[in-house]
Design a protein around this ligand. Structure first.
Ligand SMILES: [Zn+2]
Length: 367
């Protein structure tokens, strides 16, 4: 599909396809397609799910950096306590580096190759760095990861194991992000991370959910929120399938954050602009004090009549154990969406009676 990069703040079109923020106002960019140029192959609906299937919806010519991401299971679990709810878990932990980040990495690394870069950099709390380091290694390009020096040691060790250079940052994720962006502006490396190309890769999870439910839209989709890229991507994917009449309505999206890091929950429920929150949570994957796609995330929630809920860390840990007992292995951040469902269900059981609920399990990299 033909597309331009457009500023989410002032709508200015970016001329440089390697830029990551608007030159005029500093807002993040979005891939804005000319949908009249979309060509779906015959038999598209019947094709097997997985990121390669969705190439016509992606801002790349091929998906040369793909390592088989996507196509993850949507498992229905009968849990006696939640009888009456059609409860499904989308296990993004089945991706090559055990997190949903791989969907975005395939697109970003492909784009880096198409634009002629031989080096990428990113800021990360862990999973992003691991995913990009793995994809960069397979594509034969160098990777540098900016990460909080007191971040998850196992994740840092594995990023190094993929051959990436680590830049240890004093401060939280937003400080790593500032340093990575400053570095990108003064170097010849392609900045990856929670930006527009990644969002395009991540929206494929929405297509898969729709297809796995035979184009019956679930009533609710619960997901954990850190930088809100997945949230805004999910919404974009669903809207595109609506536009193509593949689905006929939107589900309510429920964004879940830890009580120890809840900037989006605060902003959405108080109808305020997003403000910074100093992260303090065991769920390192979603410990983002100021979400890059926060404004877009709030739009996704309000346009789907969704909710934003916070859960204490102990609820996240309990949910992680509960998932384990169901044979679903995840890290704390990956269990947050289920914790959000459990909390909401306790407060309003009737709301979920007879409903179809999809819970995203986003990562499993703490051990
Ligand atoms: Zn702008």
């Amino acid at each position: 599909m033909e597309y331009v990069l457009r500023c989410t703040g002032c709508s200015l079109t970016a001329r440089d396809y390697a830029s990551f923020r608007c030159k005029r106002c500093g807002s993040v960019l979005e891939v804005s397609y000319d949908y009249s140029t979309l060509v779906l192959p015959a038999g598209f609906r019947g094709e097997r799910i997985g990121s390669r299937k969705y190439l016509p919806f992606l801002p790349v010519r091929s998906l040369s950096a793909s390592l088989g991401e996507g196509g993850t299971a949507l498992a229905c679990k009968r849990i006696p306590k939640y009888k009456g709810v059609n409860l499904f878990f989308k296990t993004e932990t089945e991706n090559p580096t055990r997190s949903f980040k791989d969907r975005g990495s395939a697109v970003e690394i492909t784009r880096a190759l198409e634009l002629g870069f031989d080096r990428i950099i990113c800021a990360s709390t862990g999973n992003m760095g691991m995913s990009l380091a793995h994809y960069a290694k397979h594509a034969g390009i160098r990777a540098t990861v900016f990460i909080n020096r007191s971040g998850n040691p196992e994740k840092i060790r594995r990023i190094r194991g993929f051959g990436a250079e680590i830049k240890a940052v004093k401060g939280d994720f937003n400080e790593s992000l500032r340093e990575a962006e400053a570095y990108a502006s003064s170097s010849s490396a392609f900045l990856c991370g929670d930006y527009h190309y990644r969002k395009e890769g991540q929206k494929t999870v929405a297509y898969e959910i729709a297809e796995q439910l035979r184009y019956e839209v679930p009533d609710f989709i619960f997901l954990p929120v850190g930088n809100a890229t997945l949230l805004s991507a999910l919404y974009k994917g669903l809207k595109e399938y609506m536009m193509l009449s593949l689905i006929d309505r939107l589900p309510r999206i429920v964004a879940v954050q830890s009580s120890g890091c809840d900037p989006l929950v605060k902003a959405y429920n108080r109808k305020e602009k997003i403000g910074y929150v100093k992260p303090s949570t065991v769920a390192d994957a979603i410990a983002v004090g100021y979400p890059t796609f926060g404004t877009e995330g709030i739009t996704a929630l309000s346009e789907t009549k969704g909710y934003a809920v916070r859960v204490p860390d102990e609820g996240i840990i309990k949910s992680m154990r509960h998932l384990e007992s169901l044979g679903i292995y995840t890290e704390a951040g990956g269990a947050a969406a289920f914790a959000g469902f459990r909390n909401m269900y306790e407060g309003s059981k009737r709301v979920f009676n007879g409903k179809t609920v999809v819970v995203l399990v986003t990562g499993n990299n703490e051990r």
